[in-house]
Structure formats: structure tokens, C-alpha cells
Ligand binder design. Structure first.
Ligand SMILES: O=C(O)C(=O)C[C@]1(C(=O)O)C=C[C@@H](O)C=C1
Length: 162
């Protein structure tokens, strides 16, 4: 088990990054960014698995709500960018059916890491640790302002104290 927020934050960053592919899969199609049925499926799965990992289901769901909001923030930002600059819009359309299993894998890893970080997430030092960790992960992933803002959103529910 990891005593730091590095792995959790890197996984959240991977989930933010994959939103680019989700947006490219949906842009210019009738599929809306928001898919409440898919979200509910994720929340149900997370809530069902949480107790077995020693996690409070409501806490785990709260964390995943932030991951999904962050993902949608990126998708909306990219849509706006692509509408304004059609030359930057994707020229190939990835298959959402191939992206979601990758997201499922990230969700499982995030849940495992959530369980491994219960003490550090409950510590009084969590907010400052999370801020510093997210700043470094932004750099490592070479995130632009949109993706950095999304990682900030994704990590907003990491700390459980306070
Ligand atoms: O799977 C999708 O369709 C996504 O857009 C990804 C995602 C997610 O973050 O998991 C985000 C928004 C949708 O409402 C459902 C799920």
C-alpha cells in the first residue's frame, strides 16, 4: 500500500487524459457528453465494491463523482475548442466501446488506490500534499490549462478530513 498520493493522482490524471479520446469519439455524433446511465453503472459498481476494500461507499462515490465531472469538463472544453477552431478537431473517430474498458480499468485501479490511501487522505496535511502532488503531475503529463483545471476538479474530493 502506498503512503503517498502520487499513484492516486497519476491515475486521476490518466482518467483526465482519456477524456480527449471520449470527446473525439462523441464529437459530431448524436451521442451527448452526459450519459447518466453509464454514470449510474459506475457509481453502483463503486458502491458495491467499496465495503470489501474497507471504504465507505458514500465517500468512494463522492470521489468518483469528481472524476466524472472532471472528465466532462475536459470534453466540454474540447468541444468549445473544436467548434471555435475546426482545424483542431479530430479527423478520426475512436470507438467508445474500446475506450470504456480502459476507463473501467482505471476505475478499478483508482478504487484500489483509494483504499491504500485512507490514512493520508484523512490526515490534516492532505490538502497541501494533494495540491503539491497535482501541480507536479500536471507538469509530468504536460497538461494544458483545461486539463490542469480538470485534474484540480478530479482531486477536489481526495481529502476526507475537515
Ligand atoms: O463513457 C462515457 O460516455 C463518458 O463520457 C465518460 C464518463 C466518465 O467519466 O466515466 C463521463 C461522462 C458520461 O456521463 C459518462 C461517463
Amino acid at each position: 500500500s502506498s503512503p503517498t498520493l502520487w499513484r492516486l493522482t497519476d491515475l486521476a490524471a490518466q482518467r483526465v487524459a482519456i477524456a480527449d479520446q471520449v470527446a473525439a469519439a462523441k464529437y459530431g455524433t448524436p451521442s451527448p457528453i452526459d450519459d447518466p446511465a453509464r454514470e449510474q453503472q459506475i457509481y453502483d459498481s463503486v458502491a458495491a465494491r467499496a465495503p470489501g476494500l474497507g471504504l465507505d461507499p458514500a465517500d468512494a462515490v463522492r470521489f468518483f463523482r469528481a472524476q466524472i465531472e472532471a472528465n466532462k469538463l475536459v470534453q466540454r472544453g474540447l468541444y468549445a475548442r473544436w467548434d471555435a477552431h475546426p482545424d483542431q478537431a479530430p479527423t478520426t473517430r475512436p470507438d467508445l466501446g474500446q475506450i470504456r474498458p480502459v476507463i473501467d480499468g482505471l476505475n478499478t485501479s483508482l478504487l484500489t488506490e483509494l483504499a491504500a490511501t485512507v490514512p493520508v487522505r484523512a490526515a490534516r496535511s492532505c490538502p497541501i500534499r494533494q495540491r503539491v502532488t497535482a501541480d507536479v503531475v500536471d507538469v509530468l503529463h504536460r497538461f494544458d490549462a483545461l486539463h490542469a483545471r480538470a485534474l484540480g476538479e478530479a482531486t477536489s474530493a481526495t481529502c476526507t478530513a475537515g
